[in-house]
Write a protein that binds this ligand. Structure first.
Ligand code: PLP
Length: 428
């Protein structure tokens, strides 16, 4: 982003003050990790009752099946699928529950697609030259890492505040090598934005060059509200079906940030054809998922109200941390145009755009001050932010006092880096 340039004397004074504050910050000896969106120990404690479930005795699923043993549906326990039907926006027949990671389901869908081809396609995705995925930016680094790992080309598409720029998307998807698109439609990682109904309708109905084009609809933050307002998004599965593209969407979610990051459930909802195809592929890889963990989740969460109730408790722990970031940034940077930052209504991140060319410097300064941030560029395909501007802040894990201290420190680093840059530019 470009900032109106302050007068040289003001800038010099600002830089001097930032340097003094930065020296004080370094002396404070902070050691705070703001890199990954991990639930805090207090959040994990909310689900500790699950650790004693299903208990030493009642390990039978509703139809009498013994969850300790092999077999049962590859799609997972029917009652577990019913529990997540509202979260997934699909009936239980169209839901598959894997083990603890939705990312693993995304990964596996892509690898199977590359090796075997998908319903509606005429060849494996890996059979003809390189394929391409559209990547709304800034986005989730691990999505981009899957593409990089398997040689899938990535094309960045700008986000607008209510989803990707659909004029750009509609033009790019006409190219037959474009087979996929990553989307985090609600409280997006990292921008926090939620896709508008219009954007979702356009994604559902757009014409694509490839008949087997897929939307990887990663609804990781579907119930992760930070305010009392629970925003809802349009149902891509229904809209795509109505538009004649039932196999287009692959809806992913997980309980990694509902129950346990290391012991949750990964979920996929899709058309009958996609689910049958995925089951056929993954049944070569495993005899079945961890059914005990599914039963544990059913017993603990019980129903959709149980999920919402637990999420309200998460919100109580998380919202003050986001407020602390907002307060620290506003105190130091409001009205400067050195940076603009998101004020998310949900999800796990604050996205900051600093003056162009300053993001790497901010990360470097923060590291010197003992505050760890994800490397600048990580939110873009190939880890290259063309403007060197975007930073992702993850306030969930540290204690609220630490988040406040880290946010103040980051604001000082931004002040320092941008003032330094502007004065260097002024001298050229
Ligand atoms: N998708 C998004 C957008 C995320 O931000 C994350 C974690 O930060 C994940 C997926 C990981 O999900 P899981 O733990 O289910 O693999």
């Amino acid at each position: 982003m470009h900032s109106p340039r302050p007068r040289p004397t003001e800038l010099e004074a600002r830089l001097e003050r930032a340097k003094t504050d930065f020296a004080r910050l370094c002396r404070a000896g902070l050691k705070i990790d703001m890199t990954r969106g991990k639930p805090s120990p207090a959040q994990l404690d909310l689900s500790n009752a699950m650790l004693t479930l299903p208990g030493n005795g009642d390990f039978y699923q509703a139809d009498g099946g013994d969850t300790r043993n092999y077999f049962g549906s590859m799609q997972g326990l029917p009652e577990a699928r019913a529990l997540f039907a509202r979260v997934m926006g699909a009936s239980l027949e169209r839901i598959l529950i894997g083990n603890n990671s939705s990312l693993a389901l995304m990964h596996d869908y892509i690898v199977y697609a590359l090796l075997k081809g998908v319903p509606g396609g005429w060849a494996p995705w890996g059979a003809e030259g390189p394929i391409t995925f559209l990547c709304p930016v800034p986005g989730y680094d691990r999505h981009f890492a899957i593409c990089e790992e398997y040689g899938i080309q990535m094309v960045a598409v700008p986000l607008t505040g209510s989803g990707p720029d659909m004029d750009v998307v509609e033009r790019l998807v006409l190219e037959p090598s474009v087979r996929g698109m990553w989307c985090v439609p609600k409280y997006s990682n990292p921008t926090g934005e939620t896709y508008s109904d219009e954007v979702i309708q356009r994604i559902a109905s757009m014409s694509t060059g490839a008949a087997d084009f897929r939307v990887f609809w990663d609804n990781a933050y579907g119930v992760h509200h930070l305010t009392e307002h629970r925003s809802e998004i349009a149902n891509l599965l229904h809209l795509s079906q109505q538009a004649g593209h039932p196999d287009r969407p692959l809806v992913f979610a997980s309980t990694s940030k509902i129950t346990f990051g290391g012991g949750g459930l990964g979920l996929l909802a899709a058309s009958e054809a996609n689910i049958a195809w995925f089951v056929a592929r993954s049944s070569k890889r495993t005899i079945g998922p961890d059914k005990l963990n599914q039963l544990r989740h059913v017993r603990f969460l019980r129903d959709h109200n149980g999920i919402e109730g637990l999420m309200a408790q998460h919100r109580k722990l998380l919202a003050p941390k986001f407020k602390a970031v907002e307060a620290a940034f506003a105190r130091r940077l409001q009205g400067t145009n050195f940076a603009r930052w998101s004020k998310p209504l949900g999800g796990y991140f604050v996205s900051v755009d600093v003056h162009n060319g300053c993001a790497m410097r901010v990360v470097e300064l923060a590291k010197q001050a003992g505050i760890l941030l994800v490397p600048a560029g990580q939110t873009f395909p190939y880890r290259r932010d063309p403007n060197d501007s975007n930073l992702r802040i993850a306030p969930s894990f540290p204690e609220v006092e630490q988040v406040a201290a880290a946010a103040e420190g980051i604001a000082i680093c931004i002040d320092y880096a941008v003032a330094e840059r502007l004065s260097a530019d002024g001298k050229i």
